[in-house]
Design a protein around this ligand. Sequence first.
Ligand SMILES: Cc1cc2nc3c(=O)[nH]c(=O)nc-3n(C[C@H](O)[C@H](O)[C@H](O)COP(=O)(O)O)c2cc1C
Ligand SMILES: [Fe+2]
Ligand SMILES: [Fe+2]
Length: 409
Amino acid sequence: MKAMKIAKDVYWIGANVHTEDLFEGIWPLPHGVALNSYLVKGEKTAVVELVREWGGASHILIENLRSLEISPSDIDYVVLNHLEPDHTGLAYLSDSIAPNAKFYTTEKGARLLNGFYGIDKNIVEVKTGDELDLGKGKKLVFTEIPNVHWPETMATYETDSKVLFTGDAFGAFGVHQGSIFDDEMPGTYEDYWEEETLRYYANIIAMFSSSVLKAIKDLEGFKTEVIAPSHGLVWRGNPREIINKYIRYSNYNKDFAEPEICVVWGSMYGNTEVMLNSILKGIASEGVSVHIHRVPNEDPSFILSDAFKSAGLVIGCPTYEYGMFPPMKYAMDLMKKKSVRFKKALYFGSYGWSGGALKDFEKISENMNWDLFEPLVFQGHPSQEQCERGENLGKELAIEVKKIPPKIK
Ligand SMILES: Cc1cc2nc3c(=O)[nH]c(=O)nc-3n(C[C@H](O)[C@H](O)[C@H](O)COP(=O)(O)O)c2cc1C
Ligand SMILES: [Fe+2]
Ligand SMILES: [Fe+2]
């Protein structure tokens, strides 16, 4: 993707990265990720967000600048909405390639600029309401939106073109598919973006849902025509759509979510799997949508998306060395960390000697506002009677989940 005009004298100059690396060292990127960077050209030249050296991203950013007949040494200002290295890595080269650039970031951002890259000069610390006049009618206004998702986060509004650069807020995983814009997205990619946006939210932003809602309120005052996040699509056709998506996501862990069930299971020798099938039969009898994930075969990144959005949650795994099957423990620890709260939840699993997985389940699910069904634990292979109980529990859970009205779209 080449440099792309977003509005008069405002360009996307980012990079689409395909990589085997995990995002933040944890999250798989089967469809890559876009590192969005932007250029605003007045009399002075500002770049909003950098990239990190990743899959050729730095090279691409510089090429994109050159295609607009700008060399890095022409950059007057670099605005860093937050300091996470995916958007700042290139800063370490600023001395040599962009010696004239002044960094604009929050006070906390300035400390991180020093901490990560040893940069302690040519920094302007900004607060909510501060402005940077670029000349020729172009002006940037800054608003602190802390904890979306790093503490030093801010958003930057360009008053002339009414573009709001929101950093990671309103971001998504996934590279662009032919266009950076929501209004040029092929219809067949709607599901792709929904999945990659929700997974990004569930993996990266979920813990900070209340800060997201506050940021949306704090940014309401701007007459925004384009939302330009640091990952994912640039929302030019219908910016309200991404705001609504984020509002919907941020409510998934405050209240009950979609009337669907996420089933996460693991089994060493198949006994737990026998019960899984009975529970699934019970759920199917009520026609409720179900998302089935096996651990450790499936990465928790994808499990988190479905667990986060589903009102019902089923956890099935055996006891392993006096506790929960370890890959399930990891998946559940992540659910806790990422605030997968307010679920109707059912635990089941096989044990051999004296059990122990249930104890772990109860401990991890504490303080998660889970409405727990009676757990179903059994020694070895489940009996016919136990399987019938499982089928009934699956059905009961599905009936409860069906009562939940769908969320705002
Ligand atoms: C490595 C290993 C550790 C186990 N640790 C325990 C344990 O601490 N307590 C227990 O009750 N059973 C333990 N078991 C027995 C399993 O929980 C039991 O075989 C169960 O039926 C396995 O369920 P699955 O067929 O769904 O894998 C262990 C089994 C294995 C292979
Ligand atoms: Fe970030
Ligand atoms: Fe990011």
